[in-house]
Write a protein that binds this ligand. Sequence first.
Ligand code: PLP
Length: 436
Amino acid sequence: MRFYSTNSKQSFVPFREAVFASLPKDKGLYMPESIPTLDEEFIKNIDQYSFSEIAFKVAENIIGDDIPSADLKRIIDETVNFDAPLVALKDGSYILELFQGPSLAFKDFGARFMSRVMAYFSEKSNQTLDVLVATSGDTGGAVALGFTGVPNTRVTILFPKGKVSPIQELQLCTNDSNIHALEIDGTFDDCQALVKKAFNDDDLNEKLNLTSANSINISRLIPQTFYYFYAYSQLVKQGIKDVVFSVPSGNFGNLTAGLFAVRMGLPVKHFIAATNANDVVPRFLSGEAYETRTAIATLSNAMDVGNPSNWDRIMDLFNQDISALKKQLTADTYSDKQTTAAIEEVYYKDQYIVCPHTAIAWLAGQAYRSKNPGDYALVALSTAHPCKFPDVFPKGIGENIKVPESVNELRKREQKKQLLSTSYTEFKNYLLNYPA
Ligand SMILES: *Cc1c(COP(=O)(O)O)cnc(C)c1O
């Protein structure tokens, strides 16, 4: 499979180059030249396959012969080595639990696949690979745990000071010596701006072999298509064929992956993009201009994004045709107050605790269903384990969250991080004079 830039559809690069470059030189985003449809028989019989079998079929379909079958199979088995079950709620909707991986968030899918693909491609070259990643919390943990101890790789993670939860910070700061955690005195958008600047800095790129691990990297999006197919297979097992996915969205990578899955032949009735107060996309889909903003801090902090980095991909996928896009996608925005109320409602009805991001997806699903009654399964993607956001929960709920044993193991380790300002010069100097 070859990839083009959203800014120039005439030139193509192979998968390997798209993975390592992360961003094309023209500052667009890489997109697959085509998205081949899976064979109908496979979709028809999808309930006969395991999660990793589904993932392999889907990956092979999009990656083609850029990675030999046996290697791809191994990469998939190391990526999809935890479950993503559908949990039925009493209101008839479903929660798709995507947080059973090592960092307790759905980003494990993207990060684990990407780290192994990068390791596969760089096996033969002996140069150290410098991975840069900006995180509002969950990306960093997933990337750190995906790369920790991987030879010939060095990972620098930038996170906004005071804006990630204690468990998220633990996951960032307790890894092997090839993982460096930088606490930036600013917002997530500041972190992202520093990383983007580094990639566009010719001088720095001459000295370091830089690559990105943000959701802008195309190799992060491919594995995120797997669980849409797997969720569908679980529904088919119960005789359900119509599905609406509600996706809690920040940078819109998760949603982009869902739209890729549809192009591959997954029958999805509709998508809902659920956001917090950072509502650039809901405003746009309701007819306003597309206007990026400074991120607003909310309870669902992994979605505090004022300039969603994957939105151009979605527009490109639909050839800038907004009315075609609107047929497949609606968007909705919710306040912190509504988020807390939703957490309470789900808890008191089902004794089930959703994280604040999941709560927003659940709410958007409920709103969609009240406007669009019908016989379909409503699936809210659950992007993180609630224990990652302990301060969010009202009294009587937070105490009942069961913290997984893996977290207690992290508490025993030494924590390492360094504080930097939002100055690019300071950041660049850090990269050029890495502490040993
Ligand atoms: C990253 C993240 C999101 C947003 O996903 P995008 O792909 O950036 O839209 C939602 N919830 C959680 C818990 C996350 O970590």
